[in-house]
Design a protein around this ligand. Sequence first.
Ligand code: AMP
Length: 145
Amino acid sequence: MPYHHILVAVDLTEECDPVIHRARELSVSNGAKLSLVHIVEPMAMAFGGDVPMDLSQLQQQQFDQAKERLEKLKSKYTELVGANCHLTYGQPRQEIHHFAKEQACDLIVVGSHGRHGLALLLGSTANDVLHGAPCDVLAVHLVKR
Ligand code: AMP
């Protein structure tokens, strides 16, 4: 059964290159639609939601920076031309699942560092996304540089 709608989740670092390539290959070979998502994590969330200062300006800067990076990515990768690129606030696992469900995606592609030991305990987005995913998940192995 071919995939119909592939969702690639990117962290907008240089590490997202192999993840995008793999998603693109799969979308071409399956004749599937390709969507891309990046989630900007609210700063208050990173600080445990208990910060006695206004983070709205910083938050806006963070969002604008992500937007800029996404635009750069789009001009770098012709494979993203015509793809449905989406930028949103939230918690990556929750938002990726929500988007996949809402857009009826049947495959989510993420990068995976294959963490070991202590780093494994800290968890990874790939692990997070896998649990409770509404569809198949492909973890693209990222080689350490
Ligand atoms: P990490 O475990 O955070 O190193 O990330 C592993 C993979 O999860 C990345 O290669 C992306 O595919 C995905 N990912 C991480 N953070 C985000 C994010 N903020 N938005 C979308 N996808 C993400």
